[in-house]
Write a protein of this length. Structure first.
Length: 199
């Protein structure tokens, strides 16, 4: 038995933090200067085109075997193969429908916007940054709850549970910087980070 080690296809982070976490980043120029964005999305390892190709290959193989049995006088195999392909197709449709699920959190100026996409539905909740509270929702392995002005929203569904506390701390830090004005950071034209935190 042999094992081959290959280098990772993922680039190393440009400037890792000392505490081992990810960073939030300042984005934009001009009117967007001084805004932060968190893009929390599902970890989808296969594109819709690849999924369709895989399903087509599966259908071809199953139908070749089923037709072979049918030609030998066993027609019930073709029926069961059809049922199997319909069930797999339905499961793939459900998966494809939720492949674009995400949570987009934007902090720009004095406003925080949370956009949640679940299937075809999109919900957007806006808060005044001065009144946002970031706290854990009730329960073990809980989500992060943003609340203020009589509204609340839970985020972090697509973030691993052990990273949700770090996400909450990052949001608190960005809100503190936003409340302080953060003019000194904006003047330096700091780095432009854009992170996708995947489960």
């Amino acid at each position: 038995m042999t094992a081959t080690l290959a280098p990772s296809p993922w680039p190393a982070p440009a400037s890792p933090r000392r505490d081992g976490g990810w960073r939030f980043g300042r984005r934009g120029t001009g009117a967007d200067e001084g805004s932060w964005r968190w893009d929390l999305r599902r970890n989808c390892a296969i594109s819709p085109r690849q999924l369709l190709s895989a399903y087509g290959l599966l259908c071809s193989l199953v139908l070749v075997v089923a037709v072979g049995f049918w030609s030998q006088g066993v027609p019930s195999v073709l029926l069961f193969a059809g049922v199997e392909l319909l069930a797999v197709g339905a499961a793939m449709l459900v998966m494809a429908r939720h492949a674009g699920d995400r949570e987009l959190i934007t902090l720009a100026g004095r406003e925080m916007a949370v956009e949640q996409r679940v299937g075809p539905q999109v919900e957007c909740t806006r808060f005044s940054a001065d009144w946002v509270r970031v706290e854990p929702a009730a329960g073990a392995g809980s989500l992060v709850e943003l609340s203020g002005e009589g509204r609340s929203v839970r985020i972090g569904r697509h973030v691993r549970p052990e990273l949700r506390d770090e996400l909450a701390e990052e949001l608190r830090c960005a809100l503190r910087l936003s409340q302080a004005g953060s003019a000194s950071i904006g003047a330096g034209g700091g780095p432009d980070w854009d992170h996708e935190l995947q489960a």
